[in-house]
Design a protein around this ligand. Structure first.
Ligand code: NAD
Length: 332
């Protein structure tokens, strides 16, 4: 296959490209990425010289750029998005632009697509909080912040292009990912790198919010499977099946980095913070997928990766990041 991967310089996208080149030696990949603060060419430094890989610097909202990059590809896999809930609370405009209008452009935009490439898209948190049980693909969407609302918008727009224009779309909705190359604003790399620096870990509210953690390589394998074997117009949940309270995750990170629990600093909760996410993955399991990385060992591998890749994350935690961190946690 020749694939256009959008947002491939980010966390999941870069892991996905590495997975593809390893799992499918005959595949070729074009990576289209705007290189926002979260996009980092260093995430793919090891594949840069690979003749099967090429990079295009561009925006998924730019129709001409998308058309040129998508020429002769068999499928598009979209990871390009604004992805941080906290940032969506203060600067939602860019979320709407990329996560809704960007999907609109990728799906074909104003022109009725003549020869649409199949597309797989990643959406999350769209079901909203769930107190008991797990959300299935049929459940109504209750996004509760600008991030998840814009993702839900993109999700429904993509499906509408399947229904009206026959653009062959498959959607994945995964739970929270963790692993190597995750921008250190997200909780796992933020807490690991803060702990390594003996800095406080700012924990929201009572720390009892629950997330279902999924190792990024398990998500990549699931997306790959859905791309090749998923049914057009269908949605597939991808859950790690390992639910943990934030406080438990935090203590585990401190244990793995050999730092004391006194580094935990409770801070005022995120407004509208969803209490619990849980997705039912029965449907993708029926396609033959199951997570292969147990949470405990995957977290240990992840912590070790950040310990051994200080030269990767240290530069990311300066400049714009420091200013954002101060605004975000300074007076909380
Ligand atoms: P990320 O923030 O690490 O990477 C996003 C990438 O998109 C960056 O490389 C950025 O430069 C690029 N980008 C942003 N706007 C763009 C634009 N307009 N045009 C082209 N490129 C642009 O995000 P991630 O964590 O890798 O998430 C990838 C996708 O998976 C997103 O759709 C996200 O909502 C979804 N998702 C993430 C998680 C998670 O836990 N990280 C869970 C479920 C779903």
């Amino acid at each position: 296959m020749k694939l256009l991967v959008t947002g491939g310089a980010g966390f999941i996208g870069s892991n996905f490209i590495r997975h593809l080149l390893h799992a499918h030696p005959d595949d070729r990949v074009v990576n289209l990425d705007k290189l926002t603060y979260a996009g980092n060419p260093a995430n793919l430094a090891d594949v840069e010289g690979d003749p099967r890989y090429s990079f295009v610097h561009g925006d998924i909202c730019d129709a001409k750029c998308v058309r040129d990059a998508a020429r002769n590809v068999d499928a598009v896999v979209n990871f390009a998005a604004c992805t941080h809930v906290d940032r969506s609370l203060v600067e939602p405009d860019e979320f709407l632009r990329t996560d809704v209008s960007g999907v609109f452009t990728l799906a074909g935009g104003r022109a009725r697509p003549q020869d649409p490439a199949p597309a797989a898209r990643q959406h999350d948190e769209v079901y909203g909080s769930i107190a008991h049980g797990s959300s299935t693909e049929q459940d109504p969407l209750h996004p509760s912040n600008p991030y998840s609302a814009s993702k839900a918008g993109g999700d429904l727009l993509a499906l509408s292009y399947w229904h009206t224009h026959g653009v062959p779309v498959v959607i994945t909705r995964s739970s929270n990912n963790f692993g190597p190359y995750q921008y250190p604003e997200k909780v796992v790399p933020l807490f690991v790198t803060n702990a390594l620096d003996h800095a406080p870990l700012p924990l929201y509210g009572d720390g009892r919010n629950v997330r279902d953690w999924l190792y990024v390589l398990d998500n990549c394998a699931a997306i790959d499977l859905v791309l090749r074997r998923g049914r057009d117009g269908e949605i597939y949940n991808i859950g790690g099946g390992h639910e943990v309270e934030n406080i438990v995750l935090t203590r585990e990170i401190l244990r793995l980095t050999a730092r004391p629990d006194t580094l935990i600093r409770p801070v005022a909760d995120r407004p509208g913070h969803d209490r619990r996410y849980s997705v039912d993955s029965t449907k993708i399991r029926q396609l033959g997928w199951a997570p292969r990385h147990p949470f405990a060992s995957a977290l240990e591998t992840t912590v070790r990766w950040y310990q051994e890749h200080e030269t990767w994350w240290r530069p990311l935690k300066s400049g714009e990041f420091r200013a954002w961190y101060e605004r975000q946690y300074g007076n909380r």
